[in-house]
Ligand binder design. Structure first.
Ligand code: SF4
Ligand code: SF4
Ligand code: SF4
Length: 269
């Protein structure tokens, strides 16, 4: 165990403790962790705020004396439930890191198939893994203190959130939808270019990452506060997009699971 917390000073000379942080992955593509490693321009600043004690993707050393645990990925196997419980026991703050951890993410797409054995056969063929259950968000198993949304997470947002955690400032997620940021970025609306977009109902904070690159939002950050999904459906219909198109987007990351389940019943009837 570390004997005393490291201290850093803000530019005004105020001392703040550097927390020990650890990164873990369950069932995931590790793309969210990669966002941190890839962030070369600001990586040193980020590292000056925290002590990284475990991060399999980036270092060999590992320790379990962490204050903040970032958990990426969804739970799809029984051994992950045990691992997650152990992480929860050690961490003062447990962060669901990315859409897989927050909502099940793209992994939960397999949950929509009624025959899990068929899915297993399609994916693993003659080399099935021992257990492969439905993909579920980590909050189904442990208490989650904070969610960081996105597939992948946005590195600038992660740095802002970690800074707030370190200096003891509350973390407030945007309540407004992606459209707000898209308009501020002066993008041409994708609907006007004949493409669908879930920006009106999806939580902002990604700085309209996809529409900035002429790609409609798929809702990876889950619903904005008071998201009007019925109105979104009406807009999609009015613009000539099918219910299947709407369903594809709603069910992609798991954040709109409730709405996707309701729409699926209509589409499949
Ligand atoms: S949220 Fe997306 S980028 Fe992050 S681990 Fe899951 S699939 Fe990968
Ligand atoms: S492109 Fe999407 S996010 Fe941007 S204004 Fe249009 S609907 Fe909103
Ligand atoms: S625009 Fe939508 S899909 Fe793209 S990163 Fe933002 S929330 Fe996710």
């Amino acid at each position: 165990m570390q004997s005393a917390p490291n201290i850093v000073r803000t530019y005004l000379g105020v001392p703040i403790a550097r927390p020990n942080v650890a990164f873990f992955e369950l069932s995931s593509c590790e793309g969210c962790q990669l966002q941190i490693v890839n962030n070369e321009s600001t990586l040193l600043d980020f590292l000056s705020l925290v002590n990284v004690v475990a991060f399999r993707e980036a270092m060999t050393e590992k320790a379990d004396n962490y204050d903040i645990a970032f958990v990426e990925g969804s739970v799809t196997r029984s051994d992950e439930i045990e691992r997650l419980a152990a992480i929860r026991k050690n961490a003062k703050v447990l962060v669901a890191f990315g859409s897989c951890a927050c909502f099940g993410g793209v992994n939960q797409l397999k949950n929509r198939f009624s025959d899990p054995a068929w899915v297993k056969q399609q994916v693993y063929g003659d080399h099935p893994i021992e257990t492969n259950d439905a993909a579920r968000p980590i909050r189904d198993f442990v208490t989650v203190d904070l969610m960081i949304y996105g597939c992948p997470v946005k590195k600038e947002e992660v740095e802002k959130i970690v800074t707030n955690l370190v200096i003891g400032k509350s973390v407030v997620h945007p309540k407004y939808p992606v459209c707000m940021e898209c308009k501020a970025n002066e993008n041409t609306c994708l609907f006007d270019l004949g493409e669908p977009c879930l920006g009106p109902i999806t939580r902002g904070g990604c700085d309209s990452w996809c529409p900035n690159n002429r790609f409609g939002c798929w809702g990876c950050r889950g619903p904005a506060e008071d998201a009007n999904v019925e109105q979104m459906k009406a807009i999609m219909k009015e613009r000539g997009f099918s219910e299947e198109t709407m369903l594809d987007r709603l069910e992609c990351f798991g954040g709109f699971a409730q709405h996707a389940d309701a729409l699926r019943k209509i589409v499949l009837r």
